[in-house]
Ligand binder design. Structure first.
Ligand SMILES: [Ca+2]
Ligand SMILES: [Ca+2]
Ligand SMILES: [Ca+2]
Ligand SMILES: [Ca+2]
Length: 450
């Protein structure tokens, strides 16, 4: 029984009492409403400052308005948040921000952000050197781009994105040498054939090597192929090698499930690279979403890892340990570079059987969600029993938005604390201005390792 991350699990098996009774008795996982804002916050980013782990930043797309990001900063591990909206008008130096924001905090304390604006298809990059209080635009890469993702390595920062037409996956990077000290971004380099796809992720390895992942199918509900590709020397002169097929997923590009009835889901492959210097230094992890049978809506979170820069991968294993045929979707992975521990969180409808109770808001099965997570402290060989993170049950149906919870979610893991983020309309924290089961707020949880 492994439970270093989730102490409630250890407690549950330590005595003769029922698990449920002990789970109730154990300290609940703190849930924070980080946005506290009328309207729908959906599709989030979160990062924690490696040089000050009590400094947490969350961001969310504002699904109901034309532009702007909910941007929320805590310097006391989530106890209080300063909240503002950035990029809401063209007069903002960051531009009129549409969406697709992602954050990465480097070891020097630079908080990097990539995002899209309404006024061009360009891929934007901004930096904050004051813990997320303010951001400055430092990159404006000409493209017709979609869904950029960003990752910071030991001495570089990298962004990959999909360029249209042709859905070419491209990536660019810059050297980073200190707080506020960085060089110019490279020109975008293309992933060679079959380097077409979207909805992926970027990771930087311990030697500055760069991996991207993506799925080839960008629309519809039919099967996708998930690929990885590596630039072995990062900012050096070598380009990306030939992509390798990682997996076949029955999740397509816009695959509808009852919990995401308007926006749908994709396979949402995501990466984390161990640069901890620990026993699994250099191991890269990937998660993605499988659908057991196409259009069954029984989706699961799958996990693999590689010790040879993605040349070979471990067999895919399922992380969700429920015994239902319900949906697990939009997973996020994060690795604690202080320990090498890895954690994964996801949206999960396991407790919605359509029969009422706390996991079902409407008598319809498989459409109400909670957030669940697991972690590994042995390099992914074993995982802790799944733990419910969200204290409440939420519903995209009740949110009434075309965007549902958006296309992805993110998590951070720093200095022994895992921080999943998600869209929540349970109002379990009693401070969502829209009340319960209306518009979403952006929640986060602080999950401590003993
Ligand atoms: Ca499908
Ligand atoms: Ca499932
Ligand atoms: Ca339901
Ligand atoms: Ca809200």
């Amino acid at each position: 029984m492994r439970g270093r991350l989730f102490s409630t699990i250890v407690l549950a098996f330590a005595g003769a009492l029922a698990i449920a009774a002990l789970a109730t008795a154990a300290a609940p996982i703190p849930n924070f409403d980080t946005s506290v804002k009328p309207g729908n916050e959906a599709e989030d980013a979160i990062a924690v400052n490696p040089t000050n782990p009590s400094n947490v930043v969350t961001m969310s797309t504002l699904a109901d308005v034309v532009a702007g990001l909910s941007t929320n900063v805590s310097f006391n591990s989530g106890r209080t948040w300063s909240r503002r909206v950035i990029g809401s008008t063209a007069a903002d130096p960051l531009g009129e921000i549409c969406c697709d924001e992602q954050l990465a905090w480097d070891r020097f304390g630079n908080l990097w952000m990539t995002y899209l604006v309404n006024t061009s298809g360009n891929i934007l990059v901004a930096i904050s050197t004051d813990g997320g209080r303010s951001f400055s635009k430092v990159g404006d890469i000409a493209a017709s781009g979609d869904q950029p993702s960003i990752s910071a390595g030991p001495n570089s920062v990298w962004v990959s994105f999909t360029d249209f037409p042709g859905t070419m996956v491209k990536a660019f990077g810059a050297p980073v040498t200190g707080l506020g000290q960085f060089g110019s971004f490279t020109a975008p380099e293309s992933v060679p054939s079959p380097g077409n796809g979207d909805y992926g992720d970027t990771a930087v390895g311990p030697n500055g090597q760069v991996m991207v992942t993506y799925q080839d199918r960008t629309g519809g509900q039919a099967e996708s192929h998930i690929y990885t590709a590596v630039d072995p020397d990062g900012l050096g002169s070598a380009g990306f090698g030939t992509p390798r097929l990682l997996a076949h997923s029955h999740v397509g590009g816009f695959d509808y499930i009852p919990a995401q009835p308007n926006r749908s889901i994709d396979a949402e492959a995501n990466l984390a690279w161990d640069r901890s210097g620990g026993s699994h230094n250099g191991r890269v992890y990937v998660i993605w979403t499988q659908e057991v049978q196409s259009e069954s809506n029984n989706t699961d979170i799958m996990f693999q890892h590689s010790d040879d820069n993605g040349t070979t991968w471990s067999p895919a294993v399922r992380l969700n340990d429920d015994h239902t045929t319900n949906s697990q979707y939009n997973p996020a992975i994060a690795l604690d570079q202080t320990s090498g521990d890895v954690a994964v969180s996801w949206y999960d409808t396991r407790n919605d059987l359509g029969t009422g109770g706390s996991g079902d808001t409407d008598g319809v099965p498989n459409d109400d969600f909670q957030i669940w997570a697991t972690s590994s402290t042995d390099g992914g060989a074993t995982f802790a029993p799944n733990l419910r993170i969200s204290r409440g049950t939420s519903s995209a149906v009740a949110a009434g938005s075309f965007f549902d919870t958006g296309d992805y979610t993110h998590a951070a893991f720093q200095s022994g604390t895992f921080w999943p983020a998600w869209s929540d309309n349970s109002n379990s924290t009693h401070d969502n201005p829209d009340g319960a089961l209306h518009q979403f707020d952006l929640y986060a949880a602080k999950v401590s390792i003993p």
